[in-house]
Design a protein around this ligand. Structure first.
Ligand SMILES: Cc1cc2nc3c(=O)[nH]c(=O)nc-3n(C[C@H](O)[C@H](O)[C@H](O)COP(=O)(O)O)c2cc1C
Length: 325
């Protein structure tokens, strides 16, 4: 659909709807299905630093020779990386839409060489799925933030394809973080990742995983930050992620100032070809409102452009208590 054409990370995309990093983007067949269903781009399943380290240590646990351990660690790492590079190459051969690999970083060091290989395999951009979980009270917030900054500095110095940072939703000042990413050369941010969360089963008194899928109501938190971030005069692209479940949700994100949206849970629940329905809903809304291009309405309701921006600032319920007594 011509009217849905836009750009993300400087790349032309046929739709603002991008398939998020997940198992939905881990095989060539599924990637092709995403393109055929009208996805504007695909973000490949992340290669996890943790995963590689885990496989290496599981294999080396039975070995007692340090040289063997080094070799196995090297081999398993190379194998995972090779398979991932293979997926990128095949995707680039088979698809016309941008292919964006994703790397999951826990430490700020080891990923730079891998990023170089990703770029050489033909990736159009890289998404960095980064989460440093502080596990001690001795580490300050500033220390944790520095890890993000140093990772981005290393990556932007090493590769010249666009880099976007997929962030978790909690920081003291998300806007400051985005500005710092931009100053270090990042071209985009994804607001936000939705992490695995533990829950507690009180009958069996054990820890269980909470649902991995989002609900549509989770989009509201994302909308606030997109509205605020897109009004900051930071020339960075913003992709909405978490709770985008329908074409109407896509419209909301674009009105708030997003450049693109990423979808995952809704495709697990309805199939990858649900993108077709979402694109249609966006196009129909545009027709109804008389918009020919996404740029005609993107950001219309962001923090700067909405006539009462304080609605985005309101975090407390003071005003609402009176009506719910
Ligand atoms: C089964 C599953 C696997 C996922 N794997 C990844 C991953 O490898 N890398 C990543 O950055 N995010 C991963 N995610 C997070 C999604 O990309 C997405 O950010 C999150 O689900 C929120 O979007 P949604 O509300 O559209 O589901 C995964 C999510 C699910 C449900």
């Amino acid at each position: 659909m011509e009217k849905l054409r836009t750009t993300y990370l400087g790349l032309p995309v046929s739709s603002p709807i991008i398939v998020s990093s997940s198992s939905l983007t881990s095989t060539s067949d599924r990637l092709k299905e995403a393109e055929d269903s009208g996805a504007g781009a695909v973000v490949l399943k992340s290669l996890f630093e943790e995963q590689i380290n885990y496989y290496s240590s599981a294999l080396t646990a039975t070995e007692s020779y340090p040289e063997a351990e080094d070799y196995i660690a090297y081999y398993t790492r190379s194998k995972s990386v090779d398979e991932y590079l293979g997926l990128i190459r095949t995707a680039k051969e088979n698809l016309g839409i941008p292919v964006i690999p994703s790397i999951n970083c826990l430490s700020s060091g080891g990923w730079v060489d891998f990023a170089k290989q990703i770029a050489s395999a033909g990736a159009d951009a890289i998404e960095v799925n980064v989460f440093f979980l502080p596990v001690t009270s001795k580490e300050t917030s500033a220390d944790a933030e520095k890890l993000y900054f140093s990772l981005i500095e290393k990556l932007t110095k090493t590769i010249n394809i666009p880099i976007s940072i997929k962030l978790g939703p909690r920081f003291s000042n998300i806007l400051y973080m985005i500005d710092q990413f931009y100053k270090r050369g990042a071209k985009g941010v994804v607001l936000f990742n939705r992490f695995y969360e533990p829950d507690i089963d009180i009958n069996n008194m054990t820890i269980v995983p909470a649902s991995v899928f989002s609900t549509e109501s989770e989009l509201r938190y994302v909308l606030r930050w997109i509205s605020m971030a897109s009004a900051q005069n930071i020339k960075i692209d913003i992709a909405a992620s978490t709770g985008v479940h329908s074409g109407n949700d896509v419209v909301k994100c674009l009105l708030a100032g997003a450049d693109a949206v990423q979808v995952c849970s809704v495709l697990y629940n309805n199939g990858i070809d649900h993108i077709r329905k979402m694109n249609k809903q966006v196009a129909e809304w545009m027709d109804k409102k008389g918009f020919k291009h996404i740029e005609d309405f993107r950001g219309r309701l962001n923090y700067l452009n909405f006539e009462k921006p304080t609605v985005f600032e309101r975090t407390q319920f003071m005003k609402y208590f009176s009506s719910h007594e």
